[in-house]
Design a protein around this ligand. Structure first.
Ligand SMILES: [Zn+2]
Length: 202
């Protein structure tokens, strides 16, 4: 699925399961990092710009192979946990969130045609064998991905009203404070308008 979907899903897990911003950021990062193995796309695009052609060799060869497996999951979790306040908790949460990322990719990361199923190499980068793939994997831009992302987005707006910080805090704490106060303002206005309409209709 798209990095934005992974960001929202990871933040929701992290927001519920961590009690400080540092650990929350690390857990969210773990939900996005696996897609770093898709960076070969930049090399491919650079090659196309220089030499022409339409090769996506590096992207196709290494995306879902280098960091979308158990070795990558353990390595990323341990490295991120080393920077955490609650190391064991963050390590476990990172493992969980990374596997949530894998699951999302398994169900909704197909290419444009039914033949373009994108497997997940769980034992990569050691071997291409024992790849995981779903026969019912839907395309990356299919409606279930959009609906799922919208639902996650809704909860990413709702949870900050009680929690006091939002997904924006992953990037900038000050911007987050402004964002949450705007959200709370909107929510108050909406509920006041709702109450007024109820009173008027009665
Ligand atoms: Zn991925």
């Amino acid at each position: 699925m798209s990095p934005v979907t992974h960001l929202f899903a990871s933040w929701l897990v992290a927001a519920k399961a961590t009690d400080n911003l540092r650990d929350r950021r690390l857990v969210v990062l773990s939900g996005i990092l696996p897609d770093l193995d898709g960076a070969g796309l930049l090399i491919d695009l650079g090659g196309q710009a220089i030499h022409g052609g339409d090769s996506f060799y590096y992207y196709q060869q290494y995306h879902h192979f280098l960091l979308h497996g158990i070795a990558g999951a353990v390595a990323m979790s341990l490295v991120l946990a080393a920077f955490a306040r609650c190391r064991w908790r963050v390590a476990m949460l990172c493992l969980l969130v990374i596997h949530l990322h894998f699951l999302c990719d398994l169900v909704g990361s197909r290419g444009p045609t039914p033949q373009d199923i994108w497997p997940l190499f769980y034992f990569g980068p050691l071997t291409y064998r024992y790849a995981l793939s779903g026969a019912h994997q839907w395309p990356l831009d299919a409606w279930p991905n959009r609906v799922f992302t919208l639902v996650l987005f809704y909860y990413c707006l709702k949870l900050p009203l009680t929690l006091g910080d939002s997904v924006v805090g992953v990037f900038n704490r000050r911007a987050d404070r402004i964002f949450v106060s705007v959200l709370r303002n909107w929510a108050q206005r909406l509920s006041a308008r709702f109450v007024q309409k109820r009173l008027e209709s009665n």
